[in-house]
Design a protein around this ligand. Structure first.
Ligand code: UFG
Length: 338
């Protein structure tokens, strides 16, 4: 039985991957410091895996080599899927040290502990933010990587470190560059849970809880079809399947590689807003504000490489993602007062 260590497994993308790994028959060890992840999510995952596939949850911090090393002393890990990271662009500009220490130094500790225990396979959660301001869309993997903020730079540095470690030590990595992750578990057991929430879909949906709240739209004067920013919203369950495929590829002896995870399709903020009104069947209060600093007009993935090499075809639509996100928001509102 293959045992996979999932760092950041109590967070949004990480927890949906744990769910998919369990369903695909892997044993999972979750490592998370619970700063942004939630123990309630871990409890749900443990319950789901009544079969015993979540074999352990270990609370610890990647900035401590001893914390992460002890995981490898305790369990026979075959491969790692690495999500644990800070991911707020604006915060990374204000406090880059926080990002470089956590994301880069934390990953260095993880890679050191892996190699000391002869673990040489890792799937890494990278981002479209490594590309920076797009020179063309859809963005393929040949697009230059010139990140424009410290968050994107931490992820690019880690990709570069992984290439150096492959050349020197034979570490094999698959780096998955996510576009805009959306949606929740189809059965509403887990979902996106940030505090404060900055992402578009949960923010629109949250404004339907309580009559006084309005949704704030940042900028309607972009050079796009309707003046609002275009993004490529990829469903979190589809995304999890890409990680399973990447992991299997590495376990079968695959070489280091990297893929965009998106849908090839862009949706504007106004289109997402309309999709939310349609799914919730509510008229949502809208406040139009100026542009948010650092938002590029359009980011859309070319996902052909992942289709060709990994066989990954995302299946869910924007409406599917908004529907599962809404069901999850209702769960959050009812069961986890936030
Ligand atoms: N937006 C609003 N109102 C809100 C929230 C967002 O109008 O309350 C707009 C933004 O201005 C943007 C779009 O909705 O035009 C999407 O914004 P998100 O914050 O949901 O997502 P981003 O595209 O800014 O960020 C995503 C990931 C980041 C990653 C980045 C790469 O969430 O982790 O893509 O560019 F770094």
């Amino acid at each position: 039985m293959t045992t996979v260590l999932v760092t950041g497994g109590a967070g949004y993308v990480g927890s949906h991957n744990v769910m998919a790994l369990i369903n695909s028959g892997f044993n999972v060890v979750i490592f998370d410091n619970l700063e942004l992840g939630h123990i309630e999510i871990v409890e749900v995952l443990k319950k789901v895996s009544a079969s015993g596939k979540v074999i352990d949850f270990i609370e610890g911090n990647l900035k401590s080599f001893d914390d992460i090393n002890s995981v490898f002393n305790k369990h026979n890990i075959d491969a790692v899927v690495h999500f644990a990271a800070y991911s707020q662009v604006a915060e990374s500009v204000k406090d880059p040290q926080k990002y470089y220490f956590n994301n880069v130094y934390g990953t260095l500790n993880l890679l050191k502990a892996m190699m000391e225990h002869n673990v040489y396979r890792i799937v890494f959660s990278s981002t479209a933010a490594t590309y920076g301001e797009p020179e063309y869309v859809p963005i393929d993997e040949k697009h230059p990587q010139n990140p424009i903020n410290p968050y994107g730079r931490t992820k690019l540095m880690i990709e570069n470190i992984m290439d150096d470690y492959d050349r020197a030590y034979g570490l094999k990595s698959v780096r998955l560059r996510y576009f805009n992750v959306a949606g929740a578990d189809s059965n509403s057991r887990i979902g996106e849970w940030h505090n404060p929430e900055t992402h578009l879909i949960p923010n629109i949906l949250k404004s339907t809880f309580g009559s006084d709240k309005s949704f704030k739209m940042f900028g309607t004067d972009y050079n796009t079809k309707d003046g609002t920013c275009i993004r490529d919203y990829v469903n979190v369950e589809d995304l999890a399947q890409a990680h399973i495929l990447a992991l299997k590829y590495l376990l079968n002896g695959g070489e280091t590689s990297f893929y965009n995870l998106g849908t090839n399709e862009g949706s504007s903020v106004k289109e997402v807003f309309s999709a939310c009104e349609a799914v919730t069947n509510k008229k949502i209060k809208l406040e139009v504000l100026g542009r948010r600093e650092g938002d590029p007009a359009a980011l859309v993935a070319n996902n052909q490489k992942a289709a060709l090499k990994l066989g990954w075809i995302p299946k869910k639509t924007l409406t599917d993602s908004v529907t599962s996100a809404y069901n999850w928001e209702k769960e959050l509102d009812k069961n986890y007062k936030y």
